[in-house]
Design a protein around this ligand. Structure first.
Ligand code: HEC
Ligand code: HEC
Length: 347
């Protein structure tokens, strides 16, 4: 009897060590640290618990060109870490075969707090968002089934999917969950501004930065609100309509004329590094953005009422010092820890 028991234990040990090599599901949980100055997260972690293995898998996928038709356009091609995961130097992003996209790449940061994604909110769940770039002819031009075929041939992925998910399947649900785990942990919350607001390390703002913060709170925070710097609504801020693109913004989602030329209010975190600005990247500098708010807005038929001035023009009046100090304040939103965090970098 004893002998049999020993044999069973022995066989189990061999089995365990073998399967460990193959990749077995004993995940190490990761915690999501909510910054004290942020609102609650919207992503439901119960349906996709964060684990070290899932995060690593998501990161590998994010940097893997095989997710695209020509095997050379990974997510990171348009989402570069040093620029808060935007497509540096591109007004509009280009993808496989040089196809030019319609919009400026958005940063990837603090997505766990967002309800909807993309400039027009076309993606209503983070887990489904990557299907859009993966299958778009202008971006990665691939099909989910081709991508999965490629992953199934790779021994790293065979092992890592089993380590990251209970069923170990290389399928789209698990692939998308892993990408979400990686992106959810991309939290930017350690800028100078954050440390000042949370009263950490005696960080103070200069006179100019603090004047900029005051002006910002009075003139900008109605839309760029909370410490995420967006109320997550869709608004028309009076940009002239780009005749080449005819991008109708939020209208594309429901074809409701009320939504014409409305775009998601963007977060302004790391804004110093996410140029060029606006949904089509039309402004190269923050100075140009503030000149636009001061004197460049046009009546495109559906401009936000918040921008209507007493003289019946649209915009936000700003003097030279207000512009200068708002820019100084916006630069306090740069989070170098995030931009250089090796957890998010390619190996
Ligand atoms: C060819 C360039 C390109 C590639 C490749 C690309 N993206 Fe994007 N990404 C964009 C652009 C442009 C937008 C804005 C799209 C829009 O609003 O229509 C965007 C938006 C996003 C958003 C929405 C962010 C927000 O705040 O709402 C997420 C998330 C995202 N991309 C993740 C990914 C992932 C994951 C991959 C790889 C599977 C990927 N992207 C591949 C260009 C790209
Ligand atoms: C009525 C709401 C509203 C107000 C008020 C407002 N903004 Fe915006 N802001 C938006 C929207 C919407 C966009 C995106 C527009 C687009 O690309 O079509 C935007 C875009 C921006 C961008 C570009 C961000 C990027 O990622 O490309 C910056 C910078 C900016 N705003 C700064 C400010 C500043 C500074 C103020 C105050 C002087 C201000 N905004 C006031 C709604 C607003």
């Amino acid at each position: 009897m004893k002998k049999i028991l020993l044999v069973i234990i022995f066989v189990q040990l061999i089995f365990m060590s073998c399967s460990k090599e193959e990749g077995v599901y004993v995940p190490k949980p990761l915690t999501f640290d909510l910054p004290s100055n942020f609102p609650d997260i919207t992503y439901n972690l119960e349906n996709n618990p964060l684990t070290e293995e899932g995060f690593e898998l998501g990161k590998k996928l994010f940097y893997d060109g095989r997710l695209s038709a020509n095997n050379s356009i990974p997510c990171a091609f348009c989402h570069e870490q040093a620029f808060a995961f935007t497509h540096h130097g591109h007004t509009l992003s280009h993808g496989v075969n040089g196809g030019i996209g319609l919009r400026n790449a958005q940063p990837i940061q603090n997505l766990a707090f967002q309800k909807e994604f993309m400039w027009d909110g076309a993606a209503t769940h983070l887990d489904f968002q990557p299907i859009i770039p993966l299958t778009s002819d202008l971006e990665m031009g691939e099909t989910l089934s081709n991508v999965l075929e490629k992953l199934k041939k790779d021994s790293y992925y065979k092992k890592q999917f089993s380590k990251a998910f209970d069923d170990g399947e290389i399928n789209s649900a698990n692939m998308l969950k892993a990408l979400s785990q990686f992106m959810i942990l991309m939290v930017s919350s350690n800028s100078k501004y954050d440390k000042y607001i949370r009263k950490e390390n005696n960080v103070t703002l200069s006179q100019k930065e603090s004047d900029g913060l005051n002006t910002f709170q009075n003139k900008c925070a109605s839309c760029h609100t909370t410490d995420l710097f967006s109320d997550q609504s869709y608004r028309n801020n009076g940009l002239s309509i780009n005749p080449k693109l005819e991008d109708k913004g939020r209208y594309a989602v429901f074809e409701n004329s009320d939504d014409l030329y409305k775009f998601k209010v963007p977060s302004l975190r790391n804004i110093e590094h996410t140029y060029p600005y606006m949904h089509d990247g039309r402004f190269a500098t923050l100075e140009a953005v503030l000149d636009f708010y001061d004197s460049g807005a046009v009546d495109n038929g559906n401009v936000d009422a918040l921008l209507l001035r007493a003289d019946n023009t649209y915009g936000i009046t700003l003097n030279a010092y207000e512009k200068e100090s708002i820019i100084a304040f916006l630069k306090t939103l740069t989070d170098n820890e995030f931009l250089n965090d090796v957890r998010f970098s390619e190996y």
